[in-house]
Design a protein around this ligand. Structure first.
Ligand code: XMP
Length: 351
């Protein structure tokens, strides 16, 4: 392998090896994890996209014990309203520390600092600098401005990066959590448009080998299709996974349920899709995402319940009682094409 080329692994290339277990019930297993000063009950973060995370989704996720990032594709005033709605909905349900479960997204230039200042003045503790190519000098400048303004009062999520170098630079520049994954999302066309990207599992493995991992959280972002992928991301060293498509088809995502001849669906679009760009800035430039539909799946709590069952089952196959021991104990194998075929459901149909 020379400097110009290397082999990498994606979720489908690997499997976790089943290990001896003494866990008799999934009830024994905890998915609790610390996110900055918050203690979350699930390692899942809802993505800052306008077809995923508005105030209703954020409230439902918070009440479940997860984290979401309110999207930034609006005016500061509209984002403030989203936050107020979130506080209203979660307050109505008696959630005690609503600011423990919510982050707000800002960009890298334009109104980023003004936006962050307004939201932090309302009580926000988590700010996400949300950029497609986050390993960038403009990211360094934005992180510096945020740190100069807020010191260590806020937890900064930044990204996205694909490499260990990117992860380390963002950690050095002041990020507390880093979104890892470039071009891996289900609605991404970055790899088609630009030829750039990296299988997100490999990015996570690389970042987890950094001396900064542990000090900065790794959020595996994009390409998660099921609880099996979540288990693989966590085993590889991710502290959290960020999901878009898995949540986009639920009752709580923004947008209407559409009736089609294939059943009920909801719109899900990449934030760099032509449609999303036109909607939030009235024009578009490099198109690096698509607009699609996903099947309607009902309440998000039911979708999260299903994911939790799958992840807990995953931990028990590795004989792990919590996320920390899972990351420590889990072992991967690389599977062949034959192994991948065997891993997929493959019942012989009656011809
Ligand atoms: P999933 O697979 O969960 O991915 O649907 C969600 C993640 O995809 C990223 N994202 C994009 N990436 N073009 C891209 O290349 C886009 O238009 C786009 N919109 C979102 C983002 O990281 C999100 O969390």
């Amino acid at each position: 392998m020379d400097d110009k080329f290397r082999e990498t692994l994606s979720y489908d290339d690997v499997l976790l090896v089943p290990q001896a277990s003494s866990i008799s019930s999934r009830k024994e297993i905890s998915l609790e994890s610390r996110f900055g000063k918050s203690m979350l009950s699930i390692p899942i973060v809802a993505s800052p996209m306008d077809t995923v995370t508005g105030s209703v989704m954020a409230s439902a996720i918070a009440l479940y014990g997860g984290m979401s990032v309110l999207h930034r594709y609006n005016t500061i005033h509209e984002q403030v309203l989203m936050l107020k709605e979130y506080l209203f909905y979660t307050g109505r349900e008696g959630l005690e520390n609503p600011f423990d479960y919510i982050a707000v997204a800002v960009g890298m230039n334009g109104d980023a600092i003004e936006r962050a200042s307004k939201l932090v003045s309302m009580g926000v503790k988590y700010v996400c600098v949300d950029v497609a190519h986050g390993h960038h000098t403009m990211m360094r400048d934005t992180l510096k401005q945020l740190r100069d303004r807020f010191g260590s009062d806020i937890h900064i999520i930044a990204g996205n990066v694909a490499t260990k170098e990117g992860f380390e630079d963002l950690a050095k520049w002041g990020a507390n959590s880093i979104r890892v994954g470039v071009g891996s999302g289900s609605i991404c066309s970055t790899r088609i448009q630009t030829g750039h990207g990296m299988p997100v599992l490999q990015s996570v493995l690389d970042c987890a080998s950094s001396r900064h991992s542990g000090r900065a959280y790794i959020i595996a972002d994009g390409g998660i299709r099921n609880s099996g992928d979540i288990c693989k991301a966590l085993a590889a060293g991710a502290d959290y996974v960020m999901v878009g498509s898995l949540l986009a088809g639920t009752t709580e995502s923004p947008g209407e349920v559409i009736m089609t001849d294939k059943g009920k669906v909801k719109t899900y679009r990449g934030m760099a899709s032509k449609e999303a760009q036109n909607a939030w800035k009235g024009t578009h430039n490099s198109i690096e995402g698509i607009s699609a539909t996903v099947p309607f799946r009902g309440p998000v709590a039911a979708v999260l319940d299903e994911l939790v069952v799958g992840i807990k089952s995953g931990l028990s196959y590795s004989g792990a009682i919590d996320l920390e021991s899972f990351t420590a104990k889990s072992r991967f194998i690389r599977q062949t094409v034959g192994g991948q075929r065997e891993s997929d459901t493959h019942i012989l149909s009656n011809k």
